[in-house]
Design a protein around this ligand. Sequence first.
Ligand code: AMP
Length: 279
Amino acid sequence: MVEILRTKAELRARVAEWKTAGDRVGVVPTMGALHQGHLSLVSAAGEACDRVIVTIFVNPKQFNTPEDLENYPRTEEDDARKLAGYPADVIYVPDPDQIYPDGFATNVSISGLTEVLCGAHRPGHFDGVATVVTKLFTQTCADMAFFGEKDFQQLQVVKRLAADLDLMIEVVGCPTIREEDGLAMSSRNLLLSDRSRIKAPVLNEVMEEMAEGLRQGGQASDLRAKAESRLNAAGFGEVEYIDLRACDDLSVLETPERPARLLAAVWLAGVRLIDNIAV
Ligand code: AMP
């Protein structure tokens, strides 16, 4: 089994040994309930680095409601078992006071990028992400950090954060891993009922169709209306957004005149699903 550390003192001691030996350290931040998406990040970290830390911390600051935090899957033992076949040297599962000690009063907030898409629908979410990621970067002293394109906006936010604060870490984005039917892997998929799980891949199908329409010269606003009605007909609830955005600054586009991404967040029977694809 991979070693589990729960305090920053133990983690720092281990990382100090590695750094003395000249090892390059990678970190893969997660909230656990690990699946092949997370494990692909661990493999990427193993290829680029000598040592890999996987962090598991269900970060209360990035949840918008107590129910969502409560319902989030927690599967630490399974997670540790899954990591056994991967190049992880340490699993860092910090006790909450290691991240948020008594009196904790700092908030890391990024403007612009966090005000759109998920940021507009989940107030405070990206402040929570940025704050915990900053702490995990400084606690692990990693040289490289691996994040999934699955959370495309989060990846852009973390890159901005690392650049703006001169954090000595290279942020690497890795491709989205999908189920065979196209559904993007997510810990939240565990919350889908059997019936919803069957409907869920329609999101990716609709996005691929919309991306094809855009490639053929269609306008995002026309194609969005069609996509929304297909999703509603398939039994999805609220479509928070299904937007064409510029990759670098996430500004709204009508056509993919520069590198662009189609991003969506939709509700399916009480579960919020997000996905994004290159156009
Ligand atoms: P989470 O545990 O959901 O906070 O995710 C931890 C990391 O895994 C983030 O960098 C996610 O973007 C990444 N991730 C989650 N799902 C996938 C996926 N299907 N493919 C690739 N990376 C993913």
